[in-house]
Design a protein around this ligand. Structure first.
Ligand code: SF4
Length: 419
């Protein structure tokens, strides 16, 4: 009986290891409770048999289990940046810490961008260790950086759970603009966009979006000796499908206790989620909004942007008018020109018609940047010029945006975490 039990336990231990290694992603994330119980039971029994039988394999297995249980404990700690200032205050009250410490910690977290508790040098050693024991402080780190011949800087950032997102610093004489990502991958599958061919892994948390901006700002100061002047949410992902995190990140970015940047210098670009555009209006946001339009009739737009199925042009016109009524914030149309698809004067007419139905201030006509996965082409220069002249003739405030950072795949629609 004793031997049979021992055999069963050894067998379950081997099975446990096998599943941990083979299905670690699924097993670890989706079956947390099961995993914990199985670990505790296995640890208890194996420790018992290891002592009784002095068996090396069982001893080693016990050590292994102890290590992963410790790792689990660390990953389960609450991210301190997910607490509000009131919640930190309450916590400090509970542990008998002085109130002025709350402000100090808050400053380290958001203003001074500390990424470990050790760095918080004006706190006592005891408080630093207490915080490290009870909270986590994960941060985005720069994984790789490439600099284009036109000065554009593309960075690949690594998250605490080993995902990658990209952010781009676009310098001009007047501006230093950060193009930031809001999701890891994207679910909207726009046909012209490299990110659209990736799976969406998860949303970025607001502290991760904030870190992206901080890191791009540091790069701007280092390379160009200037702070960021503008931020556009035009990187990877659909910002309005990560609504809460994007809004909270913008709140921190514009807070004096964060980066202190005016929301008027921030533009959120959407592929067109009508319901959430209205929500922005209800929330009376202060930042600008851009709509990635790219075709001003439903048939063509549906071909390149599947989201148009559920958010057609009529619903977008309605949502944009509502947004403007609530906020009076600037609205921009983004329109990439694709050869023989949306570059004719008839297409321009449709664009003009839509422009007149929405209080849009500006139409950005964007040069197409080829990607491996799609067959689109860039129109001839003369076609582009004719399109622009036609818009001008019809009093559309349109600007031609030339691509930046093409040589490092940093241009609009090219972000795909390539090596
Ligand atoms: S254009 Fe934007 S919304 Fe469309 S797939 Fe690319 S990242 Fe997603």
């Amino acid at each position: 009986m004793y031997q049979a039990t021992e055999f069963l336990l050894s067998f379950s231990g081997v099975a446990h290891l096998y599943f941990c290694f083979l299905f670690s992603d699924f097993y670890c994330k989706q079956r947390k409770v099961f995993r914990k119980v199985s670990q505790r039971l296995s640890l208890r029994f194996f420790a018992h048999f290891a002592v009784k039988k002095d068996c090396t394999i069982q001893k080693l297995y016990s050590v292994y289990l102890r290590t992963i249980m410790k790792q689990d404990k660390n990953s389960e700690k609450k991210n301190i940046r997910h607490l509000s200032v009131d919640q930190i205050e309450q916590y400090f009250e509970q542990i008998g810490e002085k109130k002025f410490r709350v402000k100090q910690v808050w400053e380290w977290l958001w203003l001074k961008h500390a990424h470990n508790f050790e760095a918080m040098t004006n706190l006592s050693k005891e408080l630093r260790s207490h915080l490290a024991e009870n909270f986590s402080l994960p941060a985005l780190i720069v994984d790789t950086t490439q600099i284009s011949e036109d000065g554009t800087v593309k960075s690949r950032f690594k998250t605490f759970d080993n995902h990658f997102v990209e952010g781009v610093l676009i310098p001009t004489d007047e501006r230093k603009t950060a193009c930031v990502s809001s999701q890891i991958g994207c679910s909207l599958s726009c046909k012209f966009c490299a990110t659209g061919y990736m799976d969406r892994k998860r949303n970025l948390d607001y502290d991760e979006i904030y870190d992206e901006v901080v890191l791009l700002n540091q790069q701007s100061e280092k390379v160009y000796q200037k702070k960021l002047s503008n931020i556009v949410f035009m990187g990877m992902g659909e910002p309005l499908l990560n609504y809460k995190n994007v809004l909270k990140a913008i709140e921190r970015i514009s807070s004096p206790e964060g980066l202190g940047m005016s929301p008027r210098r921030i533009t959120v670009s959407t592929a067109g989620v009508a319901k959430m555009i209205k929500q922005l209006g209800d929330d009376k946001v202060k930042f600008k909004l851009a709509l990635s339009l790219h075709a001003a009739n439903d048939r063509k737009r549906h071909e390149i942007m599947p989201i148009n199925d559920t958010n057609n042009i009529a619903s977008l016109i309605d949502a944009l008018n509502y947004f403007y009524k609530q906020t009076e914030n600037q609205i921009t149309f983004e329109y990439i020109l694709f050869k023989d698809f949306n570059d004719s004067l008839k297409d321009a007419d449709e664009l003009i018609k839509m422009y007149r139905q929405v209080p849009a201030d500006l139409v950005n006509i964007i040069e197409y940047n080829p990607i491996d996965a799609a067959q689109f082409q860039k129109p001839e220069e003369e076609t582009v010029n004719e399109f622009m002249r036609y818009l001008e003739k019809h009093k559309v405030n349109a600007r031609l945006r030339r691509s930046r950072g093409k040589d490092i795949d940093a241009a609009c629609g090219q972000l795909a975490n390539k090596e």
